[in-house]
Design a protein around this ligand. Structure first.
Ligand code: MG
Length: 367
């Protein structure tokens, strides 16, 4: 049997010198005894997976509302795809796979129901009270809102995992592991939004053929009399993930050499991007994103779902403002500490799509 110390030694010996290491973690906010055989980042990813917020991801919208069909991505399947992609990149670049996995598994915990439509509705409702943003909410969930330990609020994760969740924060430490999760998120949604878009027939292969990236991912399948479009879609998605991952790995490797990155400290002293696409594919990905934005995220049927989501969220918000007794006792009690609006926002943000609908049906008559 290996002890935690032995597993940490093995990690230290094997990882690249610029990888973050469990044994050098800056630790947890509240002191805890360390585990007999699980290093801290491994323990963190397990805490995240066992959390209530993680289980709720199954019933939260990615782009297509949860009840639209059983084969579309949900927040949970998106999260698992991000984790797989991020781990694959981390393993190949020989940086900390456990840390990357922990951050990936937690990166979307803070998403409200109904995807970005839900997020922007909550942000508007919170305009005078600090706003709402899903990355900050992911951090708030792991630091404050998860309630399963008597000794501390949240999950008491290591400093590194929490720092990794601060996407877009200007003062976030520079680490390859953090950037790998950010780019894996992008790789995953570029590919699966294309896949779900084609599956739903909101997008057509004829439209996508106009994009430069189509040539790169060579999805044409010949000689199949049945199911050609389905197989083409599946192949295009696989190839798109692979093309992006291969490019990130090779371009990042070149950037590490070019910037002479030798240690974790070296990364904190540079101001150029290390984990990024090569210029060639970057332009094609930008074109794909503009296309998805125009043709999928702004598709009339998606916009209709979004209008509906806004209605549900603003009705819930206004009802709880007037009648906070409709929230569970735990949230009512927190109002004096966090403020009424923040508590309402936390409560709604935590809901799954189907629970938000259920609450909407229950409460719409009480206004
Ligand atoms: Mg994401």
């Amino acid at each position: 049997m290996l002890s935690r110390e032995e597993i940490e030694e093995r990690e230290d010996a094997l990882l690249a010198p610029y990888a973050l290491r469990s044994k050098f973690s800056k630790g947890r906010r509240f002191a805890e005894a360390r585990h007999e055989f699980r290093p801290d980042f491994q323990r963190d990813k397990e805490r995240i997976t066992y959390s209530t917020a993680f289980r709720r991801l199954e019933y939260k919208t990615q782009v297509f509302v949860n009840h639209e069909g059983d084969h579309y991505r949900t927040r949970l399947t998106h999260t698992l795809e991000v984790s797989l992609i991020a781990r694959s990149i981390a393993r190949t670049l020989n940086v900390n796979e456990d840390l990357v996995e922990a951050i990936a598994l937690a990166h979307d915990l803070g998403h409200s129901p109904f995807g970005h439509a839900g997020e922007s509705a909550l942000n508007e409702l919170m305009a005078n009270n600090g706003g709402f943003e899903h990355n900050l909410q992911s951090l708030r969930i792991v630091e404050e809102l998860e309630d399963c330990y008597a000794q501390f609020p949240g999950l008491n994760l290591t400093w590194e995992v929490r720092e990794g969740l601060k996407k877009h924060a200007p003062d976030r430490m520079n680490a390859l592991e953090f950037d790998i999760v950010d780019v894996a998120d992008e790789i995953a949604y570029n590919a699966h939004d294309l896949n779900d878009g084609l599956r739903s027939n909101y997008l057509t292969i004829d439209q996508i053929k106009e994009l430069k990236i189509w040539q790169r991912i060579e999805p044409e399948i010949t000689g199949k009399p049945f199911g050609v479009s389905y197989l083409t879609n599946a192949k295009a998605t696989r190839n798109l993930v692979n093309a992006q991952v291969v490019d990130i790995i090779s371009n990042t490797t070149n950037n590490i050499k070019r910037s002479s990155i030798k240690t974790v400290e070296d990364l904190t002293k540079i101001f150029v991007e290390i984990v990024c696409f090569s210029t060639n594919i970057a332009g094609e990905i930008e074109e794909l994103k503009r296309f998805l934005f125009r043709e999928l995220y702004k598709h009339p049927k998606v916009m209709h779902m979004n209008d509906n989501a806004r209605d549900v969220i603003s009705t819930l918000f206004k009802t709880y403002e007037l009648q906070p007794e409709n929230m569970p006792l735990y949230f009512q009690k927190k109002m004096s500490e966090w403020g009424r609006q923040r508590v309402i926002c936390d409560y709604i943000a935590g809901m799954t799509d189907r629970y938000a609908h259920k609450e909407f049906d229950r409460l719409k008559t009480s206004l």
